[in-house]
Design a protein around this ligand. Structure first.
Ligand SMILES: [Zn+2]
Length: 194
């Protein structure tokens, strides 16, 4: 159920603009943009889900559930970054769909979103590393070795779009990371999903 919630958020945001998303000429999905879009990353909600943290709360502001959307839209810690994001994108509501539409709107807006994700996620990751390194970290938080995870975003998006996807692992830094899904534009891969 939690898995489908992640998938639903991401797919619901991209599906209405799937053609444009797949056909875009520019706009690389960075590791940290992928975290915010997929919800698989250094978010309390996700870390709790994969049993890396005892609870889903936000370490930045104390909110009970630190989802990707909380980080993007609500968390008090990122007010300054959010002002910059809104100034460039003109996006008021910061729903994931609005963000995706803005990213597809211009290179400058794409970069503004990427910059927001980079600034915020790098700080969240740094804070997580510090928590993990602290002497009183609960056993739950200890680093686990990599294990295969179902590339949910990749498979969900590819099934929804009819295009195949591949997965890549550009970094292994954040323990919370899922597989990073990169949709291959149809101009590169024309094989429909079977
Ligand atoms: Zn927060």
């Amino acid at each position: 159920m939690e898995d489908s919630r992640y998938g639903t958020r991401t797919i619901g945001a991209i599906l209405p603009v799937m053609e444009k998303w797949l056909g875009r000429k520019k706009g690389a999905l960075t590791f940290r943009v992928t975290q915010v879009v997929s919800g698989h990353g250094c978010f309390g909600h996700y870390l709790h889900k994969i049993q890396r943290e005892p609870g889903p709360q936000c370490h930045e502001c104390g909110a009970v559930d630190d989802t990707a959307q909380h980080t993007l839209e609500e968390c008090n810690r990122w007010v300054v970054e959010r002002v910059a994001l809104r100034a460039v994108t003109g996006v008021a509501d910061l729903s994931l769909h609005s963000i995706i539409v803005a990213m597809l709107g211009s290179e400058r807006k794409w970069e503004a979103v990427a910059s927001f994700c980079e600034k915020v996620m790098s700080q969240k990751e740094k804070a997580e590393r510090e928590r993990e390194a602290s002497a009183d970290a609960p056993p739950l938080r200890r680093r686990r070795q990599g294990r295969g995870r179902e590339p949910m975003l990749a498979s969900s998006l590819s099934k929804a779009s009819g295009y195949r996807t591949r997965t890549a692992r550009p970094h292994r830094r954040c323990r919370g990371e899922g597989d990073q899904a990169f949709l291959i534009p149809p101009s590169i891969v024309r094989v429909p999903w079977r």
